[in-house]
Design a binder for this molecule. Structure first.
Ligand SMILES: Nc1ncnc2c1ncn2[C@@H]1O[C@H](COP(=O)(O)OP(=O)(O)O)[C@@H](O)[C@H]1O
Ligand SMILES: [Mg+2]
Length: 343
């Protein structure tokens, strides 16, 4: 009996040590998992970097100069139509075993928009803009990196699929909203001056101009309407037709009541019209997942500022981004803490 009592610590010590080791390992695994889950809001790994004028897509190992007419004509095979806007028809295509997107001018009427979009795509290549693969202006085509999930309009249906369901979280969705605001910061301070995302007169249109990457990040894709704001000028106008509805900024609407619309009398505006649209786009991206209501609360004040009637009183995209980043970081922090508390 006494022997049995004495023998119990002999077996107990290794058992306690193993438990501690197991607990330690579980903690390490949990922290690694949390780290991976909350990696920062840096660019996605799939968006590869090459010098200007070069590209690398799919399984390519080296950066290659943008394809030109002879190569595009000879070696790009159209597979099927995957997108159709007013300006372009977009085909999933194949080039040397790589999937690419071939964008073809849909009507001569939109040639100026097409060429403007192409020159923007050339000059604004960056982490939050789709990668250009080749150009053949003569034939009215250019080629970009193919993103199988298509535009940001597919977000909810994509996240509802078995493969992505576990990623339908506030974290992934807030990161998409951050990507959107990061792009606006870039656009408003671009190497080509302050530009306005004009092709965005409603939510559907706006989301259709962005692509959703396979790692659930947002890339600007359709750059056909990015007028330049001249700081000493009269401002820009998004097209020459009357704009209506709550989605567009108040200064984009006809200000003279009963008088019938005339483009000549319509005053110009600036990049602050993009700021007005941020809360609506973010609402759509965040949707209603656990945690998104808390985010809406945290963003309440900055969103109210984005919706100020006077564009001058609205924050800059940079200011919005700072708030978004601090909300993202604090949500991350409190979520990590609550998981720690559960241990
Ligand atoms: N690189 C791409 N990868 C996958 N889908 C694309 C790509 N480029 C465009 N698309 C699809 O084609 C649609 C129309 O493209 P977009 O450039 O917006 O044309 P448009 O200028 O005519 O509006 C997009 O909303 C998207 O669904
Ligand atoms: Mg479009």
């Amino acid at each position: 009996m006494a022997q049995r009592v004495r023998s119990s610590p002999k077996f107990g010590v290794p058992a306690v040590v193993s438990c501690l080791i197991a607990l330690f390992c579980a903690n390490v695994l949990l922290y690694v998992y949390l780290d991976a889950l909350y990696e920062d809001t840096s660019p996605s790994s799939t968006h590869m970097h090459c010098s200007p004028g070069y590209f690398k897509v799919g399984t390519m190992k080296n950066c290659t100069p943008w394809l030109q007419c002879p190569e595009i004509r000879a070696n790009i095979r159209r597979l099927r139509l995957i997108g159709q806007g007013a300006v372009k028809q977009v085909y999933l295509s194949e080039w040397q075993g790589q999937k690419v997107a071939l964008c073809a001018l849909s009507s001569e009427q939109y040639k100026a928009d097409f060429l403007h979009g192409l020159s923007m795509l050339r000059s604004l290549q960056s982490v939050r803009v789709v990668a250009l693969v080749g150009v053949c202006e003569e034939d009215g085509v250019f080629v970009t990196e193919y993103h199988p999930l298509g535009s940001a309009l597919t977000l909810d249906s994509t996240l509802a699929k078995d493969r992505y369901r576990s990623q339908d979280t506030w974290h992934v969705r807030l990161r998409l909203a951050l990507d959107y605001v990061v792009f606006l910061v870039f656009l408003h301070n671009s190497p080509g001056g302050t530009r306005v995302m004009c092709d965005s007169n409603d939510l559907h249109k706006t989301l259709s101009q962005f692509l959703l990457t396979s790692d659930l990040r947002l890339l600007a894709n359709d750059l056909d309407a990015l007028p330049l704001v001249d700081p000493r000028g009269q401002g820009i106008k998004c097209g020459n037709r009357e704009l209506m509805g709550e989605f567009v900024a108040p200064e984009q609407r006809w200000p003279y009541g009963e008088v019938s619309f005339s483009d000549d009398l319509m005053p110009g505006y600036n990049e602050k019209s993009d700021i007005w649209k941020i809360p609506d786009v973010t609402h759509a991206l965040l949707s209603h997942v656990p945690g998104s209501d808390v985010i809406h609360l945290h963003l309440f004040e900055i969103h109210a500022a984005c919706k100020r009637q006077d564009p001058k009183l609205r924050p800059s995209a940079h200011e919005v981004l700072s708030v978004y980043r601090s909300v993202y970081d604090s949500m991350k922090e409190s979520h990590t803490e609550s998981v720690r508390d559960m241990l």
